[in-house]
Design a protein around this ligand. Structure first.
Ligand SMILES: Cc1cc2nc3c(=O)[nH]c(=O)nc-3n(C[C@H](O)[C@H](O)[C@H](O)COP(=O)(O)O)c2cc1C
Length: 371
């Protein structure tokens, strides 16, 4: 087999059978942070699709760290019980490695779900007062969030730790910390959202301090053999904002602290961003970070075609590719890629009759008999 996309890769002691990652995707379908039947159906279909890693959506480390009141959480015993049921079902039927993305929404918390317009939700309408590094709103027309106190910093860092411990108990194979898309950790990094005058704001060193403290605290409790990665927005796409050189510095620091991969996304910090959306538009970030830092990277964003994904990995621009919308559109995308590129995937035996004749051999170990 010559496809680069279908070569295994090891992250820590976790071996992924191929380089295809199902990108984390919020489902806004939880109650009080509790996973629902929807999660079973949604993650179930994605876990059967042959990807090398399936990353569960942004999962809040405290209730006010949810984006919407319907976002998934892992901050209570009930949350843990609800997610355990989903994981048990996935494990019974699929051996796809499972990651979970741990997140705090910061000033983007207390929002309506996208299908209800996505705007800021007032506390008297079921929302809450969001917190952020500084009292600066996402959009000038919105009420500002509350600036975090030293006690807030301690509480949120500890919440990340406790949630990582819950993820370990649930048997997740990997954690990705969400430091992208304008959520709390990204807000600390960006000089446009962080105007603090204490040791957590100002210089690059200071702005990186809280995200690095959270990373190290999680690394300490997360089992050593299990990988811990970070998703960043490699650019705010706004003048004087967070950018690639700062991302490289941050990735260097994360690598030294024991980070296993950088998932290079971008944007989401503020409405003024100017992004030109073209296929693979964020791949250059993954490539630059990989080259400068020597850390495995995930490229993500408008990667839709198997040959496009193959080229990214084969040419050394990234170690893995993540797909979000493409996976919703075709949860068996990895099967299609295997058929097109001459790869192999694992598939449930109930589906072993599926491959078209020209791709008969894509299911590893498949054998069928009949009388
Ligand atoms: C429905 C949906 C939900 C998303 N939720 C998350 C999320 O929970 N965490 C995250 O980091 N990115 C999230 N994203 C962004 C995707 O992970 C991905 O980075 C982005 O969609 C670009 O990849 P794509 O072009 O393959 O869709 C979401 C995207 C979609 C479409």
């Amino acid at each position: 087999m010559t496809s680069a996309l279908f070569q295994p890769i090891s992250l820590g002691e976790l071996r992924l059978p191929n380089r295809i990652v199902v990108s984390p995707m919020c489902q806004y379908s939880a109650t009080d942070g509790n996973a629902s039947d929807w999660h079973l159906i949604h993650l179930g279909q994605l876990a059967l699709g042959g990807a090398g890693l399936l990353c569960v959506e942004a999962t809040a480390v405290e209730a006010i760290g949810r984006i919407t009141p319907n976002c998934l959480g892992l901050y209570s015993d009930d949350n843990e019980t609800a997610l355990r049921r989903v994981l048990a079902a996935l494990r019974r039927h699929a051996d796809t490695p499972l990651a979970i993305q741990l997140a705090h929404a910061g000033r983007k918390g207390s929002s309506h779900t996208p299908w209800d317009g996505g705007k800021l939700m007032q506390p008297n309408a079921g929302g809450w007062e969001p917190i952020a590094p500084s009292a600066l709103p996402f959009s000038p027309s919105e009420q500002p969030p509350r600036e975090m106190t030293a006690a807030d910093l301690d509480r949120v860092r500890d919440a990340f730790v406790r949630t990582a411990q819950r993820a370990a108990r649930l048997g997740f194979d990997a954690i990705e910390l969400h430091a992208a898309h304008g959520y709390l950790l990204h807000e600390f990094l960006s000089p446009l959202a962080n105007r603090r005058s204490d040791s957590y704001g100002g210089s690059l060193e200071n702005r990186m301090r809280f995200p690095l403290e959270v990373f190290s605290a999680v690394r300490e409790v997360w089992p050593e053999a299990k990988p811990l990665g970070v998703r960043i927005s490699a650019s705010d796409w706004i003048d004087c904002g967070w950018d690639l050189p700062q991302s490289i510095e941050f990735a260097q620091r994360l690598k030294r602290a024991g980070c296993d991969w950088i998932d290079a996304s971008s944007g989401g910090l503020a409405p003024e961003q100017k992004i030109t959306l073209v296929p693979g538009y964020q791949v250059p970030f993954a490539e630059a970070i990989r080259k400068a830092v020597g850390i495995p990277t995930i490229a993500v964003g408008l990667i839709t075609e198997p040959r496009q994904a193959e080229d990214i990995v084969a040419s050394g621009k990234a170690d893995m590719v993540a797909l979000a919308r493409g996976m919703l559109f075709d949860p068996h995308w990895a099967w299609r890629a295997a058929a097109e590129l001459g790869g192999e995937v694992r598939a449930p035996k109930q589906y072993w009759r599926a491959p078209p004749r020209a791709a008969e051999t894509i299911f590893r170990g498949a054998k069928l008999g009949q009388r």
